[in-house]
Write a protein that binds this ligand. Structure first.
Ligand SMILES: [Zn+2]
Length: 61
């Protein structure tokens, strides 16, 4: 199992990423509910995503 929730969540995108354990340096913090939609910067609203998925979400923050 990957430690990136989005790698787990989207099996159609899986190749090696579905089981990949990312190094902390390869991950970035993400808002579960986007900050632009009222999401708070609190621990309960944050998760760590791999850079690939974080970059994919960046435009909707
Ligand atoms: Zn990922």
């Amino acid at each position: 199992m990957s430690n990136c929730p989005d790698c787990e969540k989207y099996p159609e995108e899986r190749n090696d990423q579905g089981t990949r354990i990312w190094q902390l340096a390869e991950m970035d913090g993400d808002h579960v509910q986007p900050w632009s939609k009222g999401g708070k910067t609190i621990e309960a609203n944050c998760q760590m995503l791999c850079r690939r998925h974080n970059n994919a979400k960046r435009d909707i923050w």
